[in-house]
Design a protein around this ligand. Structure first.
Ligand code: EPU
Length: 462
């Protein structure tokens, strides 16, 4: 049965940042897991597909939308622009016929970096967009220069004044124009921004050295369902032939490959057999290869169901994060947790973000032996981890601490849960159903200062 519709304006987050940070997650480790996990819709697809719904002046129904704090923030941004948006369970109904503002509210953009991605659709629809710069975040500086250069190549005038990106399309028709764009780096966000902007542009746009991530393909499929003409999504050259307008659609988002990968690691680190669906196994090729290198077996039970058979021991292996189809940066922290318990030494190299190893200090608090040098982490396997109070420093770091807690002797207490709540739908319920012992409880005393001290930009917006 579907939940009662709630309009986003009146929406109260189930876990606000301050609620989440006033709680801690206690995990009693060493309990074997068993059973099946249902994988939610992909967060990073949902965020851009919600932004892309701004391109369409008719009803859009988006299914398989995970209930996450980040998704709610994106809904709030659309609502602030005057868009009608209703959320029923995992279904979102959006009608952007009534956009009344072209300026995104700073308070929300500053909390959610992905909200910058509305710049492309707003420019395409209205010929004007004003978006506060998202700024740096806990995993790196994360500039938006590639997004901006792409839009400029399509005829947008982009100025940055007082921290706000003012973009408008020059020329009488206020229409973006197709262009040949080469990305210096295959940025996921820049590929998505340019692809969305190009759907309604005059003429053809080509993106060379485009990102090939499954979330880019999910977005392209959504835009095609709206009537856009896109070829090559999933390869390094994407061609978009602009169309005059887009129409209504009903679209289901892909399963979340990072959530699936995180649960596969949960099986490996606790030496448990678990299965998961729905998944798209091809999206997990690099993750499956690395799990096999650690000694686990991954069985394809059906076209959308995987089962992990853990090895007796965890073997060491080296990992280097890369753009898709390389090993995903969003799985680096979780694999680091796994490799802390391996037999031998592993070298982990992070090439995508410059500050994505803040979980190392917390894993070391639990007895891991990890040293960082530049963007490399040398993980020397230890025979056991021991539960400890630890602080989540970003979304995937928080997942790594949950995994380490499941495998550690004794009790782990994870603080700053707002990071975890940004990206994992119902994670506690899913782990409890597998037999894990964990509980979210109010923190003793005021720990909000821990999360603020821990986070120099006072917010996190992966
Ligand atoms: N970059 C630039 N200039 C730009 C854009 C990116 O220098 O204009 C750099 C970034 O600073 C970074 C690298 O390029 O060092 C990769 O960034 P990319 O644009 O590919 O990432 P993103 O679009 O900002 C998305 C996901 C991230 C995921 C990365 C890489 C969303 C909302 N976020 O970010 O997800 O890590 O792609 O796959 O889609 C997460 O879910 O935990 C998360 C951080």
């Amino acid at each position: 049965m579907e939940d009662r519709p709630i309009t986003t304006q009146g929406l109260k987050d189930t876990h606000t940042q301050s609620d989440a940070d006033a709680s801690v997650l206690q995990i009693w480790g060493k309990h074997p897991l068993k059973g099946h996990v249902n994988i939610s819709g992909a967060k990073n697809s949902a965020l851009t597909i919600i932004a892309a719904s701004l391109l369409c002046p008719q009803d859009c129904r988006i299914r398989n939308v995970p209930n996450l704090v980040d998704v709610k923030r994106m809904e709030q941004i659309l609502a602030a622009l005057g868009v009608k948006i209703e959320h029923h369970g995992n279904v979102l109904d959006i009608n952007a016929s009534t956009i009344s503002h072209s300026k995104a509210p700073y308070e929300i953009v500053s909390q959610l970096r992905a909200s910058f991605f509305i710049i492309g659709p707003l420019l395409a629809r209205l010929g004007v967009a004003r978006i506060p710069l998202p700024g740096g975040c806990t995993i790196g500086a994360r500039p938006v220069d590639l997004h901006v250069r792409g839009l400029q190549a399509m005829g947008a005038d982009v100025q940055i004044e007082h921290g706000i990106v003012h973009a408008y399309v020059t020329g009488g028709q206020r229409k973006l124009r197709g262009a040949k764009i080469y990305l210096d780096y295959p940025s996921v966000g820049a590929t998505e921004t340019i692809m969305m902007a190009a759907t309604l542009a005059e003429g053809e746009t080509t993106i060379e050295n485009a990102a090939q991530e499954p979330e880019v393909v999910d977005l392209a499929n959504f835009c095609q369902a709206l009537g856009a003409r896109i070829r090559g999504a999933g390869t390094n050259t994407i061609t978009i032939a602009g169309v005059p307008s887009l129409h209504s659609t009903d679209y289901a988002i892909n399963p979340d490959r990072i959530e699936a990968g995180t649960f596969l690691v949960a099986g490996a680190i606790t030496h448990s057999e678990i299965s998961l669906s729905p998944v798209v196994p091809e999206h997990l090729t690099a993750v499956i290869a690395k799990l096999q290198a650690t000694g686990a077996q991954i069985i394809t039970e059906s076209s959308d169901c995987l089962r992990i058979l853990p090895g007796d021991t965890i073997k060491a292996t080296d990992i280097e994060t890369l753009p898709y189809p390389g090993f995903p940066t969003d799985m680096q922290a979780q694999f680091m947790a796994l490799l802390t318990l391996s037999e031998g030494n592993s070298l982990i190299t992070e090439t995508v973000f410059e500050n994505r190893m803040r979980h190392v200090a917390e894993l070391n608090r639990m007895g891991a032996d990890i040293r960082i040098k530049g963007n490399h982490a040398l993980v020397r396997g230890v025979s056991m981890l021991s539960g400890a109070p630890v602080v989540a420093t970003d979304l995937r770091a928080s997942a790594a601490l949950v995994l380490a807690g499941l495998a550690a002797e004794g009790k782990t207490i994870i603080q700053c849960l707002h990071h975890l709540d940004r990206g994992y739908e119902h994670i506690e319920a899913k782990l409890l159903a597998l037999g894990a012992k964990l509980e979210r409880i109010p923190a003793v005393g005021d720990i909000s200062g821990v999360c603020l001290t821990n986070d120099p930009v006072l917010s996190e917006k992966d």
